[in-house]
Design a protein around this ligand. Sequence first.
Ligand SMILES: Cc1ncc(COP(=O)(O)O)c(C=O)c1O
Length: 451
Amino acid sequence: MTSGDLTRRRFIAAASAGSLAAAASGTIPAYGDVVKKAGQLAILGGDPVRKNKPWPQWPYWDDSMTDTLVKTAKSRIWCRIQSASGTVPTFEKEYARMMGARFCVATGAGTQALHTCVEALGIGPGDEVITSPYTDPGTIQGILSARALPVLADLDVESYQLDPADVEKKITENTRAIMPVHMMGQPCDMDSIMAIAKKHNLRVIEDACQAHLAEHRGRKLGTIGDVGCFSFQSSKTIACGEGGGIIGNDEELMDKCYTVHNHGTSRRGRTEVIGPKYRMNEFEAAVLLGQLPGAIERWRRRNENAAYLTKRLKDIPGLTPQKLYPGTDSGSFYLYTMSYHKEQFDGVSRATFLKALNAEGISLSEYIPQGLHKEPWIDQIVKSKSYQKMYAAERLRQFSEQRACPKCDQVCEEMVMLWASGPLLAPQEEVADIADAIEKVWENRARLKQV
Ligand SMILES: Cc1ncc(COP(=O)(O)O)c(C=O)c1O
């Protein structure tokens, strides 16, 4: 028996009890009418599946975070370079340990972490980095800030991740690195990406900004490539408002990351290379340090609830949860995502489906409206004097002409998603509301034609 059956059974039992009482008093219509009213879509005047029940609040906060924040304030060590055992260096040690990496360098944002890695790997003008069009703008800005060229490869429509075959097609003699983006906090096809990198002698910078604690073949994301970058921006599963971090095992490279992020000044106190000032603030580190003890438990709970949702939704033909690659042990479940197939919902548009679900008290939404290949930056850099000096005219022409990513366009059109950081921490009976609401909308899809 599925939990869906259980939910319906619970409802029918409640409705029956109600009808009996009503029949005795002679005040309420027959049982069939009660079922019909409660089963009616909320968007058409029925009762919503979930009413006035907030999800666990996000960003997460607890007393131990207040304690670390107050302790940091009172210590008067407010900047990481004041003490080697201050809050930022302590957080770096703890985060590296939790992620199974030897080193961590904390930064002010995920974008800063990505840019630091690009610089530290010596990638700059004339060089190319292959990445995804379906991501936060911070991914490409990490490359553009080094005046390198972000070359976009298309996606696998089922996983929303970079398609390794298209990555390989986009390699040129100037390609220096691949930046796979673990979208929604799930692993990319890392087996294929690492094989391509090895074959073409490329570096791998993992954009794991959404992928805290997720695992592929027993390794945490961020530790598979040369370096891995994280964001701790408010919505992420480990968050401090704005923040970022780099993890890695190569001591020399991680030392270089430290130097770059510290306005080019090394741990030896010499100003050695070009570098912005991207140091994490001690108060951000305090908020992060205080939440690490429960982070693994919360990640487990999200994974359990996500597996439950996937099981409940697997028989709804018009919705396909994100495809996971072989070797995926777990995700971060920053977002819980699915593709919506309108034709299997009797032609009901995605917008109407989402409206109907929102009326049921379940806020699913679209995600990235269009890929980065459709944003104005490509024309801007192709026309810019600096890029014209750094790249051959023929390369910029090709780059501009070969920007189409039709699979990414399809993903943007089909995506429906839940901001999962908070909701997937709820008890399973509440997560069931999401599946119940989707089932209800699916069962009543024909009625949505009148909306
Ligand atoms: C995949 C991805 N890459 C990069 C970033 C940039 O991180 P930040 O916002 O911390 O700069 C984000 C943030 O949303 C992201 O989701």
